[in-house]
Design a protein around this ligand. Structure first.
Ligand code: NI
Length: 141
């Protein structure tokens, strides 16, 4: 099996906030991430596909095509947006990286299956130089 990855970038604002909690509880738990007027990140999203190369092309997935899928299905819908306010598929969710990768997975996995000889293996979302999350789908590794 071959693991092949594509990275894309987006900038977005968000705020970590649970509306079921008081302002004090949110501030206590989320700290400055709960700031009322939001804050931004330069995100990196890496999508990894696993499979055997198609004997006709030598590719597991055409990386240019993967980039187009990532851009059209995810990046173009969230780049320079406020993730809490502007993004229909994130409505009602706490916009943590953990929640974001799960939503991204559900959007990308079926399209990757259609356009590759493999399947979606992992999504990595880098929020800061220090913090990133990895998601391997519901079944895990
Ligand atoms: Ni943040």
């Amino acid at each position: 099996m071959v693991y092949i990855s594509r990275k894309e970038f987006f900038n977005a604002a968000h705020r970590l906030y649970n509306p079921a909690w008081s302002k004090e509880e949110n501030d206590e738990f989320f700290g400055p991430c709960a700031n009322e007027y939001f804050h931004g990140h330069n995100f990196e999203i890496t999508v990894t596909v696993v499979g055997e190369p198609n004997p006709m092309t030598g590719f597991v997935i055409n990386l240019k095509k993967l980039g187009v899928l990532m851009k059209s299905l995810i990046v173009d819908r969230i780049d320079h947006k406020n993730l809490n306010m502007d993004v229909d598929f994130l409505k009602g969710k706490i916009t943590s990286c953990e929640n974001l990768v799960k939503v991204f997975w559900d959007i990308l996995a079926p399209e990757i299956e259609k356009n590759s000889s493999g399947r979606l293996f992992k999504i990595t979302l880098q929020e800061t130089h220090k913090n990133y999350v990895e998601y391997y789908g519901e079944k895990g590794l």
